[in-house]
Write a new protein. Structure first.
Length: 139
């Protein structure tokens, strides 16, 4: 069995945002040479996420509104985590809701997606450099 590892780096200029990383993951899969196996993509930071969904701007706006209702950024004082001088407790909660990682089957050298599925990096405390890991195993 072969194994392939690659990191993607991000530095979003805003506090929150979603980036379609499907093209980068597909490029990593081609680079790996693996034709059958599994592809794991995970956020390597506790205030960022990787998830699969549709690449539709309205849906992404809905995610933003929904997440803000579930874990509002302000007031910062509502969170005990922020008592440490941080202001990103909401980002940790949003990451937990949206998830840390995704695993996609690799079939015939391609990501074996359902209709409309794409991989996204979700940033909830941006303006600094963070990374996501791609790990592909198989033959």
């Amino acid at each position: 069995m072969k194994s392939f590892r690659k990191e993607l780096w991000f530095e979003l200029p805003s506090r929150r945002g979603f980036v379609n990383i499907t093209p980068q993951v597909e490029a990593a899969l081609r680079e790996s040479g693996i034709r059958e196996g599994l592809c794991l993509v995970n956020a390597m930071h506790i205030s960022a996420s990787v998830f699969i969904n549709d690449d539709e701007r309205g849906l992404h706006g809905d995610f933003e509104m929904w997440l803000e209702k579930l874990a509002p950024e302000k007031p910062h004082a509502q969170y005990r985590h922020n008592d440490t001088g941080e202001d990103n407790a909401d980002a940790h909660l949003k990451r937990t809701i949206m998830g840390r990682d995704v695993t996609v089957a690799v079939t015939a050298g391609k990501l074996d997606f359902g209709t409309w599925e794409q991989i996204f990096y979700g940033e909830f405390d941006g303006r600094r450099r963070k990374r996501a890991l791609i790990k592909i195993i198989g033959e």
